[in-house]
Design a protein around this ligand. Structure first.
Ligand SMILES: [Zn+2]
Length: 404
């Protein structure tokens, strides 16, 4: 907890926590964690994109490596735990192994990814994409708000943008990836549980839905002759909420809306809204989208407005690996808590790492489900529980895991 406080003080901005990719603040945070890793008996290296990797060797003859970790970059005005908690819990487990001079039949590498949030280049997961071998080299020419190209930012941070592909791990060398992360939702708190096992990271569709009606004078156009785009959009928004309430596991949100021309005495002629739909089952997400699409066009026809339905971004759901989930179940039972499974509605490095190896995630309860905000908070006892569970997970892994 002290380490999380210490890292939270390392920021680009004096009054709030902001740590973007490849900044001096990230460098200082990375070097701080590197010092703790060395003290825990790990060999430390920095890869070309700026990820920090601490390696704890396995027993003699160990050939494979289990990957742990999370990210050290943050959103703007962030909390202390989204990202760093996963790095620090993994580090604490290695620290305990080292204190007992215990070597497992596999090596452990703790990753502190340099970019997950994508705040600087608006492209998330730059760090884990390099490790998973899925980095898109066209990103190197992206520029940040100050006009600095990604390739130059990587160079300034000490890496070689031409060598990124060399940092990709080979799937054969890796056992799996397990990430500890705050839940960023209120489910564990409602159940009074310190930790939960992630079943899948939900697939997501982001859409832009535009409603074209007819603007007009709020005083002179009678109600039956109006084509009010905002009323059509409002009816649609409530049907989005209703559908999501009716379907288990579905979440759907209209988070942005703009009405034009946007005056108190003018009938809205055109409305653009965002639609975000997520489910851990891709087929059910697609079915929900179809239903919402039909609903939008029905509303539009009845209200004599024209609707445009545009997909902005789509990502498929990522399943956590059943055998790793089983290992986490046993670890939680061993430590003495009830086992609870839940999907992750937010994206994580594990999404990208799933392209390389089997992945698992352990969620830690956070206060009121708040994240991406300075009020982000976790309890000491819950962090202790997460460390105990990850420690037990590593031990059971060592005793009866897959052929190592
Ligand atoms: Zn995170």
């Amino acid at each position: 907890m002290e380490r999380a406080d210490g890292l939270a003080a390392i920021s680009e901005e004096p009054a709030r926590l902001t740590r973007r990719f490849a900044t001096a603040a990230l460098k200082l945070a990375t070097n701080t964690v590197a010092g703790w890793m060395r003290a825990a008996g790990m060999q430390v290296r920095h890869d070309n994109v700026g990820n920090l990797v601490g390696r704890y060797e396995g027993a003699h003859g160990a050939t494979k490596t289990l990957l742990l970790g999370s990210h050290l970059d943050s959103v703007r005005d962030a909390g202390k735990y989204d990202g760093p908690l996963g790095v620090l819990v993994a580090l604490a487990c290695v620290e305990r192994l080292n204190a007992r001079e215990l070597r497992l039949p596999f090596a452990i590498e703790v990753f502190a990814f340099a970019d997950e949030e994508g705040l600087r280049y608006h492209t998330a997961y730059l760090g884990s994409n390099v490790v998973a071998g899925s980095f898109d080299p066209t990103y190197l020419s992206l520029v940040d708000a100050d006009g600095i190209a990604l390739a130059d930012a990587i160079r300034a941070f000490g890496g070689d943008p031409a060598a990124l592909t060399q940092d990709a791990r080979r799937p054969d060398d890796v056992l799996g990836y397990c990430e500890v992360h705050i839940e960023q939702g209120p489910v564990l708190e409602a159940l009074d549980l310190p930790v939960g096992i992630v079943t899948a990271i939900a697939g997501q569709s982001r859409l832009e839905v535009t409603w074209q009606g007819q603007a007009g004078h709020a005083g002179t156009v009678p109600m039956h002759l109006r084509r009010d785009a905002l009323c059509a959009a409002a009816e649609f928004m409530l049907s989005v909420e209703q559908l999501a309430e009716e379907r288990a596991g579905l979440v759907a949100t209209v988070g942005q809306i703009a009405a034009e021309p946007g005056a108190s005495n003018v009938i809205p002629g055109r409305v653009t809204l965002s639609l975000d739909v997520r489910h851990q089952d891709d087929a059910l997400r697609e079915q929900a989208l179809e239903a919402l699409h039909d609903q939008a066009f029905k509303i539009a026809t009845r209200r004599h407005v024209v609707v445009q339905w545009q997909t902005v971004q789509e990502s498929r759901s990522v399943l956590c690996s059943p055998w790793l989930i089983e290992q986490l179940e046993r670890a939680i039972e061993h430590v003495g808590y009830a086992v609870h499974h839940l999907p992750s509605g937010a994206g994580h490095d594990a999404v990208v790492m799933a392209g390389l190896t089997d992945v698992a995630m352990l969620f830690v309860r956070c206060k009121a489900g708040v994240s991406h905000h300075p009020a982000e908070s976790v309890m000491l006892e819950d962090v202790a529980a997460a460390i105990a569970v990850l420690e037990s997970f590593l031990a059971s892994f060592a005793s009866d895991g897959p052929t190592l």
